[in-house]
Design a protein around this ligand. Sequence first.
Ligand SMILES: [Mn+2]
Length: 328
Amino acid sequence: MHRIAKQIHNEILKAKKILLVPHQKPDGDAMGSVSAFSHFLRNIGKPHDAFCLTPITPRLANLPHLIKISTDQNIWNTAEYDVVVVLDSGDLNYAGIESFAKNLPPRAVIINIDHHISNKKFGRHNLVIPTASSTAEVLHFFFRHNNIEITKNIAISLLTGLITDTENFSNPGTTEHSLKVASELIRQGANFNLIKNWFLRDKPVESLKLWGAALSRLTKNEDLNIVYTFITLEDLKTHNASETESEGIANFLNNINEGRASLVLKETWEGKIKGSLRTTRDDFDVSLVASTLGGGGHKKAAGFLISGGIDEALAKIWVAIEKNNETV
Ligand SMILES: [Mn+2]
């Protein structure tokens, strides 16, 4: 990793013009990482742009330390980049730039900086650290190792990534090292309360009404010891809520002190049912259930997509849970 971090630094110093790319629909880690990198490039006077295929949500766009990112695809024709840095993205498709990358001049260098275990190592240089909580934490290593000064703007951008991906230091991504990095960033001037409040106070009234609808349907399958609920397309329309809201509900249901696992089902616009399974228990592996249903994920958080309506989906899920049922 140390050698790769050096090689990437050398490519950056050699480059004439650099393009930074977060994954589509960027979250706080993707945006924080692109911003931290942009502040670093600005500090060394290196010309660069940032591009994202999809618009940035206003909540992220309004954070003062995060940079503005262009969504104009013409950027790929009008400027010539010799280095493209892709941040927080397991592959070029997820980054949304597969077709653009094909048209880059052959000497252009793609640099891949990420923490996803599923990363496809698509770059000429791949700084991928799956044990890191966030891409921000990987970047912190990159900056530290290359003796790059972590200015206040870099620190607060990186802390945005850490707080987002550790869910305010509450999920298993929170390690001794991620806490150490966070405290160092705070020492460098990152405003912890600003980012923490931004992260926690993120619910518009309409999306809380959607939560209300989902929570009012909360049911327990007593036989299998699973707490579940569902969100319909009608709910999304009524409350003008985004599809990603169900992730938050699934995580919230993990706070319930009953059941082996929680399950949130959601109708998608493509006529399928998307399921999110969460558990806090060590003796129940939700990724096994998800893979039985054609999905995947981690031991404590997994997902799947199945065809049919809610009732049909539930029937399939109960069968899948029974199959993996050593510990009710
Ligand atoms: Mn991330």
